[in-house]
Design a protein around this ligand. Structure first.
Ligand code: KIV
Ligand code: ZN
Length: 504
């Protein structure tokens, strides 16, 4: 039995910082619940000082999460540490994550501080955080471009002030794996008191080596990996959790280490992030990409049919990818439906089951057989527990290659039914214009994408829109799923508007 590596997930902090990946309060809670369900050790829920919205989300997560440690980031500033503490103080287990840059470049140009001032600031602020709680992490930002001996001095200072986890971030994704491992060994050998702390890695993916560097860190003695679902994060992203976790799992023999993550929850977590952010994973993305378990060439197919292990080093089931078996039809009852969702790893509240089951019945009228992927699409299509101020009732579209497209849309808004007509060059734009008239705003469509969620002629289409208010402001993601792609698009637009209303 080897070492158990802690998994520190920063999807809700570093991940959420990446363009197009912002999430609202309900979405963040939903993600935190999923991270807890997959047994993440530490959830970095955000950066409390960044905005009141961030602080409120961290605080809500701290109250929802029971088993994982909930963490907030803080710069070396008392007001940051106070904000972090107040956001996480109700968590069962909490951590403050204090950071300060230690490379000559960052100290001179970003902080305008001398190395001595940096050491003083670390000593003061780690001790300041320590009066709030026992579990304190210190990160030396841009550690990999820092002077190695100075880095060790910063860590000694942090340990003396009470830090229990020391993080060696490759902030700019600059390292090669052997180099990163050598740095970890150097720090281990040259930092007094290091045996009192857990070493952590936090690798960015600018050269595509984030997961490789993190795993090299494990080989060199790292005890915690910082990562994100789907590898989202600043610039080229962070180390992808699914890659690090599955490498540890599949190659336990090599790493002599594993972690507590329930690997069967990986696919669900990945889908949840794609659904919420509207940022799709590349088909070739390891572990969770659409092609990760697809065998195209004849030789490969032949091999896999004879014995899966010829071309598969892990099974799709081991990461929770639903198998495309026909499971339900229009005569299936609520029990069978609920059972199958449970088998797929979904634990929904009775109200959520009611909502999804109603949608299932509508879908079953349109599709002969409902497969696991359809169920997955249906669950994902139910708006993450939030207010649905506007609800689509009906629509009629008139379109053709030689006429102007027109759309009539009827929407329920509270007790009221609103109906508007609009025309445009294309049917989807006409529908969006009619909806704009209903809500009385010229909502701006920033991005729009459509894809088939399932296979076959009666596949469900998924539409993703990114919209913002006409006067500028947050860009939100809306998602809609339906067999009819125009319906999916209209639902996505309305879903986006409902989210926008919650933000404003
Ligand atoms: O990349 C980085 O250095 C960070 C720190 C705040 C840990 O995100
Ligand atoms: Zn980072």
């Amino acid at each position: 039995m080897g070492r158990t590596i802690r998994i520190f997930d920063t999807t809700l902090r570093d991940g959420e910082q990446s363009p197009g990946c912002s999430m609202n309060l309900n979405e963040k809670i939903e993600v935190a619940k999923q991270l807890e369900a997959m047994h993440v050790d530490i959830i970095e829920a955000g950066f409390a000082i960044a905005s009141p919205g961030d602080a409120a989300a961290i605080s809500a997560i701290a109250q929802h999460v029971q088993d994982s440690v909930v963490c907030s980031l803080a710069r070396c500033a008392e007001k940051d540490i106070d904000a972090a503490y107040h956001a996480i103080k109700r968590a069962n287990a909490a951590r403050i994550h204090v950071f300060l840059a230690t490379s000559p470049l960052h100290m001179q140009y970003k902080l305008g501080m001398t190395p001595e001032q940096v050491l003083e600031s670390i000593a003061h602020h780690v001790a300041y955080a320590k009066q709030y709680m026992a579990d304190i992490e210190f990160s030396a930002e841009d550690a990999c471009r820092s002077d190695k001996d100075f880095l060790c001095r910063t860590f000694e200072t942090a340990i003396r002030a009470g830090a229990t986890t020391l993080n060696i971030p490759d902030t700019v994704g600059y390292m090669a794996p052997e180099e990163y491992a050598a740095l970890v060994r150097y720090v281990t050998e040259h930092t007094e008191g290091i045996e009192r702390a857990v070493l952590s890695c936090h690798c960015h993916n600018d050269l595509g080596m984030a997961a490789a560097n993190s795993l090299a860190g494990v080989e060199a003695g790292i005890g915690q990996i910082e990562c994100t679902i789907n590898g989202i994060g600043e610039r080229a992203g962070n180390a992808a959790m699914e890659e690090c976790v599955m490498a540890l799992h599949v190659r336990r023999d090599h790493y002599n280490a594993d972690c507590k993550i329930d690997t069967k929850q990986i696919y669900r977590a990945s889908r949840l992030i794609q659904t919420i952010t509207g940022v799709p994973a590349a088909p070739t993305k390891p572990i969770i990409g659409a092609n990760a378990f697809a065998h195209e060439s004849g030789i490969h197919q032949h091999g896999v049919l004879a014995n899966k292990e010829t071309y598969e080093i892990m099974t799709p089931e081991s990461v929770g990818i639903p198998q495309n078996s026909i499971v339900l039809g229009k005569h299936s009852g609520r029990h069978a439906f609920e059972d199958r969702l449970r088998e797929l790893g979904y634990t929904l509240s009775p109200e959520e089951i009611d909502r999804v089951f109603a949608k299932f019945k509508l879908l079953a009228d349109k599709k002969k057989s409902i497969k696991d992927r359809d169920l997955e699409a249906l669950v994902g299509a139910v708006p993450v527990s939030g207010e649905e101020r506007y609800k689509l009732l009906d629509f009629v579209i008139n379109s053709g290659n030689s006429i102007t497209s027109t759309a009539v849309i009827r929407i329920q808004y509270g007790e009221e039914t609103r109906e508007r007509v609009a025309a445009s060059d294309g049917p989807i734009n006409a529908a969006f214009r009619a909806i704009n008239k209903i809500v009385g705003q010229d909502i701006v469509l920033e991005d729009y994408a459509l894809k088939a969620m399932t296979d076959g002629e009666d596949a469900q289409g998924e539409a993703i829109v990114k919209i913002s208010p006409e006067e500028g402001g947050p860009i939100v993601t809306g998602r809609g799923v339906a067999v009819d792609v125009i319906e999916a698009s209209i639902k996505a637009y309305i879903n986006g508007i409902n989210k926008l209303m919650m933000e404003l």
